[in-house]
Design a protein around this ligand. Structure first.
Ligand SMILES: Cc1ncc(COP(=O)(O)O)c(C=O)c1O
Length: 382
């Protein structure tokens, strides 16, 4: 079976993880600190706080922005459900806005109609690695004192206006889940422009302690910690960070390879021009974390039938990005979102991974192309 994604992991990661184990310190410690510094430098942001997932990074970002009960946060419904859930964790109300068809991201035009006097933040998702237009969103939100939090879960290695995604964000959250390019198994990173916010987030990820467990362990003297506010256990382990340091070094190669493979998909699928595929926006470059394709409204084959055909041909594809407002957890929570509904019902994600071969890619493209052309000619495709 051709997998939809396979992380690019090797001996180096295995040795780095073994090194952490052999060191005797496997919880959050020196390797986490080293990973934070390296990640902040790679993104070009002053501070990075390693956490257990992007979900916990988003949770902390909302706390950092002072969001709580009675507040509204505008989010795309078209996102992994963690984006909306994080708003609920702080007792605030997620308000769903529609997205642009070609980037699958929020825009000022989709967000502005959903803003009220209670709107305190917008979570701007770089969907599937596609950079969102942060400057345009800031131009809308800044004058209204609405914080823009970047959900860059999928976007490590993407760029926005010639800088890494996240570089210009007040607060940005990244994921290191294995569906992403850079993986630590599970894991996440919160980046922050403000040092005092980053320091508070470091305390909050560790139960609100004013001295970390690692620092107490290293001290020659007994250190009695204090708990300054109610915090969480959102820590990353040193084993994960050791893997992350290697993966971060490999990230530019991963992005370059994915961009070559994505261009190839675009060429291979160009025989069916009515199909829209992921492509760079004018202001940036995507890392192609997911290579999605959108079937046209008059598609001769339905998305789910195409997924079934691909599975029968040994290809593991996925439906496109989910829409939270169509899930029972958020039922009845929004006004119509036509672009979101079209994208979630008629798009799919094709396999794309570092070690994918040309033959595998041709196989995927030929199954898709023949399904669409044969169906159009009225032939049976099942
Ligand atoms: C846009 C978005 N936000 C948040 C998350 C949650 O990331 P994690 O699994 O690291 O918590 C994901 C995961 O896929 C995502 O795609």
């Amino acid at each position: 079976m051709i997998p939809v994604m396979r992380p690019w992991l090797g001996e180096e990661e295995a040795e780095a993880a073994a090194g952490a184990v052999a060191s005797g310190w496997i919880a959050q410690g020196p390797r986490v600190e080293e990973f934070e510094e390296a990640f902040a430098a790679a993104v070009g942001t002053p501070h990075a706080v390693a956490v257990s997932s992007c979900t916990t990074a988003l949770h902390l970002a909302l706390i950092a922005a002072g969001i709580g009960p009675g507040d509204e946060v505008v989010v795309p419904s078209l996102s992994f459900i963690a984006t909306a859930n994080s708003v609920r964790y702080v007792g605030a109300q997620p308000v769903f806005a529609d997205v642009d068809l070609t980037t699958q991201n929020l825009t000022p035009e989709t967000v502005q109609p959903r803003m009220t006097s209670r709107t305190r933040a917008v979570i701007l998702v770089d969907q599937a690695g596609m950079p969102a237009d942060m400057d345009a969103m800031r131009a809308l939100c800044g004058p209204l004192q609405v914080t823009v939090i970047e959900d860059a879960a999928c976007a490590a290695g993407s760029s926005y206006r010639s800088r890494p995604v996240g570089a210009g964000a007040e607060l940005a959250a990244f994921s290191f889940h294995p569906r992403k390019l850079l993986t630590t198994g599970e894991g996440g990173m919160l980046t922050a422009a403000d040092g005092s916010i980053a320091a508070r987030m470091r305390r909050l990820r560790e139960h609100g302690m004013d001295v970390s467990a690692a620092d107490r362990h290293l001290s020659q003297q007994p250190v009695i910690e204090r708990y300054t506010e109610v915090g969480f256990n959102f820590r990353m382990t040193d084993i994960q960070a050791a893997i992350g340091l290697i993966q971060l070094r490999k990230l530019p190669d991963m992005v370059a390879r994915r961009r070559v493979l994505a261009r190839r998909y675009q060429e291979l699928l160009s025989d069916i021009p009515e199909v829209l595929t992921a492509a760079d926006p004018p202001y940036g470059e995507t890392n192609y974390q997911s290579f999605w394709m959108l079937l046209p409204p008059d598609s001769p084959i339905g998305r789910d039938d195409l997924l079934r055909l691909l599975a029968e041909a040994g290809i593991s594809a996925r439906r496109g990005i989910m829409a939270a407002h169509l899930e029972p957890a958020y039922a009845g929570a929004t006004q119509p979102l036509p672009v979101t509904e079209r994208l979630t019902r008629h798009s799919l994600i094709l396999p794309l991974f570092h070690e994918m071969t040309e033959a595998q890619q041709e196989h995927v493209a030929s199954v898709v192309t023949s399904a669409l052309t044969h169906s159009r000619q009225g032939l049976s495709v099942s």
